[in-house]
Design a protein around this ligand. Structure first.
Ligand code: NAP
Length: 284
């Protein structure tokens, strides 16, 4: 596999950074080098030698997308720009690798399969579902549907590690259930799909292991840091957001069925194993 023929888009987000580590010879572009919402810039980019577009770009501000301005940005980046990428990938016979979210579902199913119909609750979810439809029209595409992404950047685990270190006792939601997805797991899955020439299409990818709430995960973080997990108390999503404006509804069940990718001999890692390494890394 010649990674010098790969282009990583959104290369400085959480996933983008992990992809750069995996594919050091790939061309890595941020939004200054290639703004995917600029139809002309996408069309004029030199795609001649490119075999794979790895798209890590998205507008990921779930609550921000509920505002008047945010709604427009979410739709432009997450949906319209996917049309731009799909068109160039199709024209130049490039494989388009894209990342989706469980927010395209309403979270009423305990386990989400790849074939569950879209039922997004939020503007972010709407825009990502529209992007999935655009990408799915690309002859060579992989859509990795994921949840609760943790990598290099601002994320839930990092916030909770910070609170534990300051001996703050957080109240954390206990009614949203899912599994973490470390960017290492996503990159491992992308590499697996590409290098094994797996069938194109949509694959769920998260870490494996027992489904847990954000509060359970926080307790695990506190334990790993040698803090008393009784410092972490449960709240509900409704209580947590009470009185706050512009909050997007969230799916309560985020667990993804991993059987499709595992049937391709992909070996998933338990989120607790990756969480331990991540928390240790935060300590050093
Ligand atoms: N974070 C989660 O919990 C989560 C959960 C499920 C799925 N996902 C999906 O996983 C993927 C990766 O998420 P992430 O957490 O790594 O995202 P992230 O850290 O927010 O990074 C997103 C990147 O997209 C870039 N970007 C935004 N607008 C752009 C544009 N117009 N042109 C080019 N680049 C643009 C940003 O670059 P600039 O800063 O330069 O604008 C940023 O580097 C996304 O598809 C997301 O929807 C994330």
């Amino acid at each position: 596999m010649d990674d010098s023929k790969f282009v990583i888009i959104g290369a400085y987000g959480q996933l983008g950074r992990a992809l750069q580590a995996q594919y050091p010879n790939a061309r890595a572009v941020d939004s200054d080098a290639l703004d995917i919402t600029d139809t002309e810039a996408v069309s004029d980019f030199d795609w001649s030698e490119v075999t794979h577009i790895l798209n890590a770009a998205a507008y990921t501000n779930v609550d921000g997308a509920e505002s008047k301005e945010g709604r427009r940005i979410a739709w432009t980046v997450n949906a319209t720009a996917m049309r731009n990428l799909s068109l160039v990938a199709t024209k130049h016979d490039i494989a388009l690798i894209h990342v989706s979210t469980d927010y395209v579902f309403d979270g009423t199913e305990k386990l989400h399969s790849e074939t569950e119909p879209f039922s997004p609750l939020s503007v972010y979810g709407d825009s990502k579902a529209a992007g999935d439809i655009a990408v799915s029209l690309t002859p060579k595409h992989y859509i990795l549907r994921t949840s609760w992404v943790i990598g290099e950047g601002k994320n839930f685990v990092r916030t909770m590690v910070g609170l534990a270190k300051k001996d703050i006792s957080p109240s954390v939601v206990h009614d949203q259930i899912g599994r973490l997805t470390f960017t290492s797991e996503l990159v491992k899955a992308i590499n697996h799909l590409i290098s094994n020439d797996c069938d194109y299409g949509t694959y769920n990818v998260s870490n494996d292991g027992e489904s847990a709430s954000w509060a359970d995960i926080t307790r695990q973080i506190f334990t790993l840091l040698g803090r008393d997990d009784l410092l972490v108390t449960n709240t509900t999503t409704a209580e947590y957001f009470a009185g706050k404006e512009g909050i997007a509804p969230r799916p309560l069940q985020s667990t993804l069925d991993l059987s499709k990718i595992q049937a391709t001999k992909f070996i998933s890692t338990d989120w607790k194993i990756d969480l331990e390494s991540y928390v240790k890394g935060e300590q050093s």
